[in-house]
Structures are given as C-alpha cells and as structure tokens.
Design a protein around this ligand. Sequence first.
Ligand code: MSP
Length: 638
Amino acid sequence: MKNYYLTTPIYYPSAKLHLGHAYTTIAGDVLKRYKQLQDYDVYYLTGSDEHGEKIETKAKEAGVSPKQYVDDIVSDIKVLWDLLDIDYDRFIRTTDVDHEQAVQKIFDRLKENGDIYKGEYEGKYCVSCETYVTDSSAAEGKCPDCSATLEVVKEETYFLKCSKYVDRLVAHMEANPEFILPESRKNELLNNFIKPGLQDLAVSRTSFKWGVPVKGDEDHVIYVWIDALSNYITALGYLGEDEELFNKYWPADVHLVGKEIIRFHVIYWPIILMALGLELPKQIFAHGWLLMDEDKMSKSKGNVIYPEYLAENYGVDTIRYYLMREISFGDDGQFTPDTFVTRINTDLANDLGNLVNRTISMTNKYFEGTVNNHAIINEHITWLHEVQSNSLQSMNSNLEKLYFSKALEDLWRLVSGTNKFIDLTAPWALAKDEANLPLLEAVMYELLKSIEIISTYVKPFMPTTAEKIEQQINIEAVTSFTTLDVSRETYNVLSKVEPIFPRLEKEVEVEKIKGEMQKGMEAAKAKLAVEDEIEFDQFKQVKLKVGKVVSCETHPNANKLLKFQIDLGTETRQIISGLASYYEPSDLIGRHVQVVANLKPVKLRGELSEGMLLTTDTSDGQVKLIFLDEHEVGAEIL
Ligand code: MSP
C-alpha cells in the first residue's frame, strides 16, 4: 500500500475556534478520505499549539495556570473535530511529553551542529502572531499581519543560522515547482522575505516561562514556532522511543496551511529540516482566508460564525460542502448567509437530493425496488457514460491539485447530467408500453449506477450524505474507487425513503444566520469595552500633582498654544498646552491646576513641554482647566 502523510496547522487554543479555522481541517479531512478511496494508507495529523507568550498572558488574565487554560479549549477543539467528522490519526498537543522531549532533542542537535548559536535580539515582536517583525514592515508600531500593537523586545536569545541554508532553500524551491502551491506564493516569499536578505531567526525567549525549556539553559524557552513546526515530525516519533511511523510516513506529502503562516513553513521549517539532515516535505499548500464582509473572519473583530450553530441547524455535511465548493482553495472567499442557504437549496436539495429521491421512487414504482443489469446500450446511455467519464477524469485531476471547488463543479456536471438523462429517457413514457420494460429497467439501472458513482465521489466531502445514499440504494459502504469498476448484477433499493436534504425557506434562514452573526459582533464589542478598562496598577503609574501657575504667555511659534511655568512644590516645570483659545494668560496666574507630572518630555513647536495640564472637554466645545485652588501646591493626587 502507498503511504500518504498529510497535516494541518496546529491551532492556538487561545479562544473558541470559528468557521475559518474549521476550513483547513475540513479540507484536510476531504483529502484524507479521497486518498483512502484511492487505496492509500493515510496518516492525518492535527493538534494544538499550546505554548508561548500569548497563551501565558491569556491564562494570567483568566487567573488560571496556562495548562488549565488550554486544557478546556483543547477538549472543545476535539469535540468540534468530532462534530465535523474529522477523521484524524493523531491530535498532537505541544504539551505532550513525547513532543516536548523530542523538541529539546531537536534544539540540542541544532546547537551541537553549530546551526543554533547564542546572541542578543533587539527588535519588535507581535505577541498575537508570536512573530518577530522587522522595523521596515512594522508600520506605526503595528503588526503587518494582524495590526496588533508590537512589543519591543531586548533579550539574550539563541539564533538559528538561516543564512547558511538560504541558497539551498532557494535552489529547492526553483527545482520543485510543486513545493509551494499556489505558485504565486512562491514569488511573494522570494521577493519579500528571501531576496532582501534572510536574517538569522531568534529561536528562544527569556522574558516569559510558558514553553519548552532549552536543556541546560533553562532561562530560555524554545521559540513557539520552532516548538510548533517540529510537531510534524515529533508526532511520528522522531527522536522518540519508536521511530516506526516516522520512517514510514516522512516526508509529508502535503502540509496544508493558511496563507499568513506560509512563511514559517516554506522558510524556517525547511531550514530546520535541512539542519537536521532530513528530507523536506513534498508540498506546502497555502489556502486563502474565509472572509466576512471583505475582512478575515476572526473572533477579535467579531465577524465570525461558529460551525456548531450551522451544524446544529443545517447538518455537518452542508458546511463541509459549502466551504469546499464556494471558496476556491488558494484564494480568499466570502461566507454569506445568502450563498450558504442557496447552495443548500440548489446544489444539495434540488440537484442531488431530488435525483436520489425520484430515482428511488421510480425504481419502486416500476420494478418494486429491484432492477437487474441488462447491459443494454442506446444513445442516451452512451451519452451518460461519456458524461461520467469526462466529469470524473476532470474531477480526479482537479483533486490531485487540491482544486476542491473545481472538483465539485465537475461532479455536479455529472449530477446535472444524470438528472438530464431522466428527462432524455423519460421513464414515465417508457412505462406506458410493456415492450419498453427491458429498456426502462436498463435506464433505472444506469441511474442507480450513476448515483452510486456520485455518492462515492461525494463521500470525501459529505461522508454522512454518502452513507445515507448507500443506505437508500441499499448497497454496502464503498471503500475504494476500484469497486466502482465492477458492475453489479442487481440494485434493490429501499421502499420508502426520506429526502436527504430538506428545502429551506430562504429568507427565514438567511435572517436567522444573520442574527447569529450579529451575536458575534456584539460579543466582540462587549469584549472591547471590557478591554478599555485598566488595572489599578496601570492607573497608579500616572503621577498626578497639584501645580501653581507661576507665569503664562502665548507660545512664540503657535497662537493656539500657551506656555506655562508651573510650580510643583519641589521644582518648576515648563508645560505647553493648547488653551490659548479658551483663556487669557493673565487670568491664570496664581491658579492651582491638575498636572500629569511623569509624562515623557516632548518639544511642541520648538518649546519643551515637561508634563500635561488636565482639562475637561465640555459638550459646547469648550475646554476647561480643572482648578484645585483649595489644594496644596505639590500635593500628589491619589
Ligand atoms: N499555531 C499556528 C500554526 C502552527 S503550525 C505549525 C497558528 N494557529 S491559528 O490557530 O492561529 O491558525 C490555525 C489555522 O487556521 C491557520 O492555518 C490559519 O490560517 C487558519 N485560519 C484562521 N482564521 C482563518 C480564516 N478566517 N480563514 C481561513 N483560515 C483561517 O497559526
């Protein structure tokens, strides 16, 4: 048997997963089931990426240990994958002991080889993406990927010698056009990251604890991306007690990843593998994002829909079908309630559901449910066979390229073709004349055969639906495409069947889903409101004092600004404030005002300002100083 090793990214258990996350894992599951039907021995890996500063901070906010924090979310993720019929072979957690030990060994090996060395990192870091960001790509201190505010990091760190491997990496990329797909991503990476000069990567952190410690240098935890990427080999036992799976399945046939994390998979991961002397994965496929209203679906923005809601109301298979059909794999695509309900009504209830339903009822009506193979051929049957072979050929070739949407389009050509075959052969007309019965039986046989083919090819996408069809046409579960080549003697369908997809009231359902999406928006808004709150410790960082205006005059270079000398009891400070439109300078002399005393000095239009005067902003557009004339000069405001 041929082996096939396929992985998804491992997910951060930092919040509940949404439909966008489910997209990758569903695609992986479709691929696994397709390869199994082709008789491959498939290993499908998924899991959770549990270390790092982001998780440590979230756990702190929740008042629990990082492990307690991730445990609950990870078990929810597993429940979600079960719900969505994800047939993975291992769910690796980066907190699994075998993984942690292997990661330490990997790090040690690279250190021993001289591919990891110690130095100091100073620069910007995005905690949300767990990524180092170069100054040139950090516009206004924000992360170029997720727009979060960047942290400035200065710490002793180990570095991975990327420079040593970059030429080999580029040569590999050039020599293997299928290494990175879609191809456009390759040029993006070459031009934006590799050609400008790839810097050595900082691969350890010292400013927090939640990670795999570097052996013998426990102040350092291994950078979460090194820890995470290694999962693709540690899950198979690499450097563990039993390397059998590793020897059997590595190198991976495909790593499925979202487009924003391709850089880690195409640059750093191959470099680690080269440094370890291991083969590179055969392919890294970057899919696009699931968008909502033109924006990436993401919990912090609130533009999310959760798979649980859709599954409960419309069934799991509709979600799997919709995601694979609506979005072309590799590109971004929109989730809209309208297209979701339309796909269910049109493609599933009308085209597929009706085909199965009317074929079964005609088989019952004309032949009491049993038809035999008479191997009769006429022009319509020949035409149907051609539609079958053309659409399946194209479907297989698209599936090899992971063009899931095109593959389903091909399959639906067969669904429509089979429906058209009913119109062309008009079984109800044939039934009127007994002489036509053998032909009518052949027509029904061909219809059932076509449905068997469709259900087999639909199986990777909609396993439950395929199972229902198999039950209704009363055949054993098909487990390999090869059995489709063997003609059955007889079909013997069930006498009474339910439609596999009930038709939906479009407007009603669209409104319901919109209502559900609105809940996500409201939850995100509420969260933002909570995030506006600060801790008492943060408030305490601001030093407020009572100051007395010693002198006040108009700023020499700006007519809206006033220049104050303020007595703070122990010293006199110059403060510039935009109050010229509201006060006569002479009226303010001697008044006691509220001063922020520990603000970093700045120059405002050429004059130094060493603090800030507090004011209120009234509804009539006036700005008013807060006077504290009865309070002692220099007193701290607490
Ligand atoms: N932990 C890293 C991956 C490490 S792999 C060694 C990570 N985790 S994640 O939870 O943020 O994302 C997991 C996957 O979900 C990524 O492939 C990401 O692209 C995908 N998606 C998250 N939001 C998505 C959409 N809105 N649409 C499509 N995929 C999205 O990155």
